[in-house]
Design a protein around this ligand. Structure first.
Ligand SMILES: [Zn+2]
Ligand SMILES: [Zn+2]
Length: 643
C-alpha cells in the first residue's frame, strides 16, 4: 500500500498508510487531551469529515473539538437525529420525518403528524432520547446510489425524504444510521450518541414544508443540546430570563404599546407611556444630530409610483412594497424608503461643491410588506419609523463623513447603555453596479474610518448591497444577545439613476456620493430591544414615570396633591396613587410598574414638609424636602454624557 503524508494544522507531518481512518491518524498526530475532545476534522479539500472517514491522499487535518462552535453544531445536529429516532420509536408510522438542522441556540426537526405534539409527548420523547444516548450507539455513514436511497426511503414509507432525494442532483448520497434509525444526511456526526451529555426539548411550533405557505404545515420541535450539563443549565436560565424580558409581555404589562386586529397586523399603536419614551428618544436623537451638524427633513408618506420606477424599487423591491393606490387616475405608492424624497429635495435647486457635505436626517415612517407569519411584536412590523439620514459628499470627504457617522452612532448607542458591538464591513457582491475604482475607494474609506475610530471589525466578503459597500453594527444586550441596528451604506446607484449633480471647483458637473444610514435602525425595533435590555426598568432619563406619590391615609390627601402639583410644575414626570389601599400593596404595584422613585407621605412628612423616598430596588433614602427631591431628579435624570 502506498503511503500518504498527514499532518495536523500547524503541526508536524507524518507518513502513514493509505486508507487509514481519521481516528487512527489522530492517535499518532495529536495529544491525548485534544484527541479526546475531537469529534470530527476539517480538511481543506473535503471539508468536514467523520472520525471514521478513511484518508487516501496527503491531507492537513484540523481537529474539530467539542468545545468549539463547530463541534457544538455537530453535536446539536446529531441530537436532532436522536430526537427524530425517538419520535419514530414512539409514534411509528403515524409520523413522517422531514429535515432537522442545527440552529443558533440548538436544533429542530420538522415532523408531519396528524395529532399535535403535547407537553406529555415531550417527556416521552426526552426519556426515549435519554435511552438512545445511554446506549452509546455509533453513527455509521454509508454512501449509496441515489436510486438505492430512494427505494430505501420508499420502503420505509418516508415520502418527504424521497421528495428531497428527487431534488438532489448527484449520483451518490450519504446516509447515517444509529440504532436502526436511518437519515439522509451530508454529515458529519458525533462518533456515538453518548457524546450528547445534556439536552432539552424547548417548544413546538408550526412550519411549512420547505417554508412555502402552499405546502403542508408541519410540526417543528425545537430543542437544545450541550456537551456539559452546566452549559445547558446556564442556557435554560438565559431563556427563562429572556422570557421575563419579552417585550411583548412587558409592553402589555407596562402599557407601552399595543397591536390591534381591527387596525391591522404589524402596525404599532404607541400607548401614552411608550409614546412618552419615544418622544424622549426622538428629542435626544434630534439634539444629537443638531450637534453633529445635520439638518432635519420631513417628507410625505406617499409618492407617485413613477418615482419608484426611477429609483429602481419597482424592479428590485416590489415584493416588499404595499400595493399602489389610484388618485386622479395617477398611481401612487406608499413609501417603503425615504431616499427618493431626499433626492427630490437635493434636486430642488442647483448644488455647488461649496455646500458639501449635505447631512439630511429624517425620522421617516415607511411601510413594507412582511408575511403575517414573520411579524413579531415590535421586532418585525409592517410600518416603522427609520432614524434615517442621507449624506451627499464629495469623493474626498467620504472617509471623514463615515468617521463622523461612526462617532455619532457610538454616542447614541452608548447613551442607551449598549457597550458591546459586532461590526461587519461588507464588500462588493457578484451582482453590482459602479466602477471597480469607486468600489475600491469606498471600501478603503469605510475601512480607514473604522480603524481611525478604533473599532474592531470583521469583513463579510461579497455581502455588500448591489449599489455599494456597507458597515453593519450589531449591539449586544445585557443577556449577550446580538441585535442588528445600525447600517451605513455607500451608494453609487441612486445618484446615477436620478442624474443628480453639483458644480465642482472646475465649474463642471459632477456626481456626488450618497450615503444612507440608520443608527437605531427603526424606532419600533430599537424600542423592543430597549425594553428587553432594561427589562422594562428604564433609566431615569427615559422612564415615562419617574416618581409616584403614595399616601398612607386620607389625612395626607391635601399635602399629597400639593406635592404632585409642585413636581409636575418642576417637570418631574409624576403620578399619584391616593387610593384607600394598604401602603404595602401600593408599593408592590409601583414596583411592578418599574417606577424609579416612590414618594411616601404619612403624617410625619406632612408635619415636616418632607417626603420619604423609596427606590424601585427596595432601598430607602432619608426623608427630604420636596425641593431637594426635585434637585435630585434633575441631577440623576440627565441624559448620560458620553464624550
Ligand atoms: Zn445528519
Ligand atoms: Zn436611503
Amino acid at each position: 500500500m502506498a503511503d500518504i503524508k498527514l499532518s495536523i494544522l500547524d503541526g508536524s507531518e507524518q507518513t502513514m498508510p493509505t486508507g487509514i481512518p481519521v481516528s487512527e491518524a489522530l492517535k499518532a498526530l495529536c495529544s491525548n487531551k485534544i484527541r479526546k475532545k475531537t469529534l470530527a476534522v476539517k480538511t481543506q479539500e473535503e471539508g468536514l469529515l467523520d472520525l471514521t472517514a478513511v484518508l487516501d491522499k496527503d491531507t492537513v487535518l484540523e481537529p474539530v473539538t467539542i468545545d468549539s462552535p463547530q463541534g457544538l453544531e455537530i453535536l446539536r445536529h446529531s441530537a436532532a437525529h436522536i430526537m427524530a429516532h425517538a419520535v419514530l420509536d414512539i409514534f411509528g408510522s403515524d409520523v413522517q420525518v422531514t429535515i432537522g438542522p442545527a440552529i443558533a441556540d440548538g436544533f429542530y426537526y420538522d415532523f408531519d403528524k396528524k395529532e399535535p405534539f403535547s407537553s406529555d409527548d415531550f417527556e416521552k420523547i426526552e426519556s426515549r432520547m435519554q435511552e438512545i444516548i445511554a446506549a452509546n450507539l455509533p453513527f455509521i455513514r454509508t454512501e449509496i446510489s441515489k436510486a438505492a436511497a430512494i427505494s430505501l426511503f420508499k420502503d420505509m414509507g418516508q415520502t418527504y425524504k424521497v421528495e428531497l432525494l428527487d431534488s438532489i442532483d448527484a449520483e451518490t448520497v450519504s446516509i447515517y444510521e444509529e440504532g436502526g434509525f436511518v437519515d439522509l444526511c451530508r454529515g458529519p456526526h458525533l462518533p456515538h450518541t453518548g457524546w450528547v451529555k445534556a439536552f432539552k426539548l424547548i417548544k413546538v411550533a408550526g412550519a411549512y414544508w420547505r417554508g412555502d405557505e402552499n405546502n403542508t404545515m408541519l410540526q417543528r420541535i425545537y430543542g437544545t443540546a450541550f456537551a456539559d450539563a452546566k452549559d445547558l443549565r446556564r442556557h435554560l436560565n438565559l431563556l427563562e430570563e429572556a422570557k421575563k424580558r419579552d417585550h411583548r409581555r412587558l409592553g402589555k404589562e407596562l402599557e407601552l404599546f399595543t397591536i390591534s386586529d381591527q387596525v391591522g397586523p404589524g402596525l404599532i399603536l404607541w400607548q401614552p407611556k411608550g409614546a412618552l419614551i419615544r418622544k424622549l428618544i426622538e428629542d435626544f436623537w434630534k439634539a444629537e444630530h443638531y450637534r453633529h451638524d445635520y439638518e432635519l427633513l420631513y417628507t410625505p408618506q406617499i409618492a407617485k409610483r413613477d418615482l419608484w420606477k426611477t429609483s429602481g424599487h419597482l424592479d428590485f423591491y416590489v415584493e416588499d412594497m404595499f400595493s399602489p393606490v389610484e388618485v386622479d387616475e395617477v398611481s401612487y405608492q406608499i413609501k417603503p424608503m425615504n431616499c427618493p424624497f431626499h433626492i427630490a429635495i437635493y434636486n430642488s435647486r442647483k448644488r455647488s461643491y461649496r455646500e458639501f457635505p449635505l447631512r439630511w436626517c429624517e425620522l421617516g415612517t415607511v411601510y413594507r410588506y412582511e408575511r403575517t407569519g414573520a411579524l413579531h411584536g415590535l421586532m418585525r412590523v409592517r410600518g416603522f419609523t427609520q432614524d434615517d439620514a442621507h449624506i451627499f459628499t464629495l469623493p474626498e470627504q467620504l472617509e471623514q463623513e463615515i468617521f463622523n457617522i461612526l462617532d455619532l452612532n457610538m454616542n447614541i448607542l452608548k447613551t442607551f447603555g449598549f457597550k458591546e458591538y459586532e461590526v461587519y464591513l461588507s464588500t462588493r457582491p457578484e451582482k453590482s453596479v459602479g466602477s471597480d475604482e469607486n468600489w475600491h475607494r469606498a471600501t478603503e474609506a469605510l475601512k480607514l474610518a473604522l480603524k481611525n475610530k478604533g473599532m474592531n471589525f470583521e469583513i463579510d466578503p461579497g455581502e455588500g448591497v448591489f449599489y455599494g459597500p456597507k458597515i453593519d453594527i450589531k449591539i449586544k444586550d445585557v443577556l449577550g444577545r446580538s441585535w442588528q441596528c445600525s447600517t451605513i451604506q455607500v451608494d453609487f446607484n441612486l445618484p446615477e439613476r436620478f442624474g443628480i449633480s453639483y458644480t465642482g471647483e472646475d465649474g463642471g458637473d459632477h456626481q456626488p456620493i450618497m450615503i444612507h444610514r440608520a443608527l437605531m435602525g427603526s424606532l419600533e425595533r430599537f424600542f423592543g430591544v430597549l425594553i428587553e435590555h432594561y427589562a422594562g426598568a428604564f433609566p431615569l432619563w427615559l422612564a415615562p414615570v419617574q416618581a409616584r406619590i403614595l399616601n398612607i391615609s386620607d389625612s395626607q390627601l391635601e399635602y399629597s396633591d400639593q406635592v404632585y402639583v409642585k413636581l409636575r410644575k418642576a417637570g418631574v414626570r409624576t403620578e399619584k396613587d391616593l387610593r384607600n389601599e394598604k401602603l404595602n400593596y401600593k408599593i408592590r404595584q409601583a414596583q411592578l410598574s418599574k417606577i424609579p422613585y416612590m414618594l411616601i407621605i404619612g403624617d410625619k412628612e406632612v408635619e415636616t414638609h418632607t417626603l420619604t423616598v423609596r427606590l424601585r430596588d427596595g432601598k430607602n433614602l432619608p426623608a427630604m424636602p420636596v425641593e431637594e427631591f426635585i434637585d435630585l431628579i434633575r441631577q440623576d435624570g440627565r441624559i448620560p454624557e458620553i464624550n
